[in-house]
Design a binder for this molecule. Structure first.
Ligand SMILES: Nc1ncnc2c1ncn2[C@@H]1O[C@H](COP(=O)(O)OP(=O)(O)O)[C@@H](O)[C@H]1O
Ligand SMILES: [Mg+2]
Length: 279
């Protein structure tokens, strides 16, 4: 069996909360927020691993520990077998620029760069020659269906198109892991579905490890090979969609997919024995 590409061991993250003006002026009075509590997790190469939970449950914090944008208060994150805490400065830069790509809810494109140069950005900072990086950027734009707008600027594009640029920009360096934080949450439902379809078709063409954060269970069920449920900084349940549906670990898990059509996954034989209908 292959090795996990990412492993978390007893990861904790506490924030000493930002003082509001005047209120918590004395440092020792600042309350601490436990954003992550004892997270243990393995993510496998080629899977779409979805992290679901309500707002404030710690999803973004968890995602950002994976490329060391956030350093855990304690515990260890291993990426391709290497502890992130032991990386040199150069290795840390390589992790963020080459081994991982990130897509944000807010798109976070460069307004003053055209589409082609937005997509080519990661290669530019890696020192790739202009012709080569433009060639690679054009290939990525073709894959996301945006070849016709390479000279346009982000402000001239719809939200869905801007996020396709965001996706192409993240993928241009061919990262081992793609990190997506509520990447489709700002889009209209139809466009959002189109983006999910695009992501699944890209994944079918070329398997990549994707860690996808969402608060939407329907999206999680559609995209995830496995789903991790977070509640108040804790990992409540991790498993494939049919397991989550047929054997929800807690009422909170069940609550997350209330109103979602789960008929596609219901009562797979292998889980029928552990599933208990609520009285
Ligand atoms: N920089 C920060 N300083 C203080 N508290 C933070 C910070 N970032 C997040 N938090 C808190 O940590 C918890 C988890 O936040 P977050 O990871 O953003 O959750 P989610 O992405 O699921 O909405 C929340 O209570 C949030 O208010
Ligand atoms: Mg978040």
């Amino acid at each position: 069996m292959s090795q996990p590409i990412i492993e978390l061991h007893h990861v904790e993250k506490n924030y000493s909360s930002v003082p509001r003006k005047g209120l918590f002026a004395r440092k020792e009075n600042k309350p601490t927020v436990n954003a992550l509590t004892d997270i243990n997790l393995r993510i496998w190469p080629g899977e779409i691993f979805v992290i679901v939970g309500l707002s404030g449950s710690g999803k973004s914090t968890l995602l950002r520990t994976l490329n060391a944008l956030i350093t855990p208060t304690s515990g260890e994150v291993r990426f391709q077998g290497q502890a992130l805490g032991s990386l040199s400065a150069a290795q840390m830069i390589a992790l963020r620029r080459e081994k991982t790509g990130m897509v944000f809810q807010s798109f976070a494109l460069f307004d003053e760069r055209n589409v082609l140069d937005n997509v080519a950005f990661g290669l530019e900072v890696a020192g790739v020659a202009r012709e080569v990086r433009h060639q690679r950027a054009r290939e990525m734009l073709a894959k996301v269906g945006l070849s016709h707008v390479e000279d346009n600027y982000p402000a001239e594009l719809s939200g869905g198109m801007q996020q396709r640029v965001g996706l192409a920009r993240a993928l241009v360096v061919d990262p081992a892991v793609l990190l997506m934080d509520e990447a489709f949450s700002a889009l209209d439902p139809i466009i959002r579905r189109e983006m999910q379809t695009l992501l699944l078709s890209l994944q079918e063409a070329e398997q990549r490890t994707i860690v996808f954060v969402t608060h939407d269970m329907e999206e999680a069920l559609r995209l995830g090979n496995r789903i991790a449920i977070m509640e108040a900084g804790k990992l409540i349940q991790v498993g494939p969609p049919e397991k989550i549906i047929n054997a929800p670990a807690t009422p909170y898990v069940r609550h997350l997919f209330s109103g979602v059509d789960t008929s596609r996954w219901q009562l797979a034989d292998s889980y029928a024995d552990v599933w208990q209908p609520q009285a």
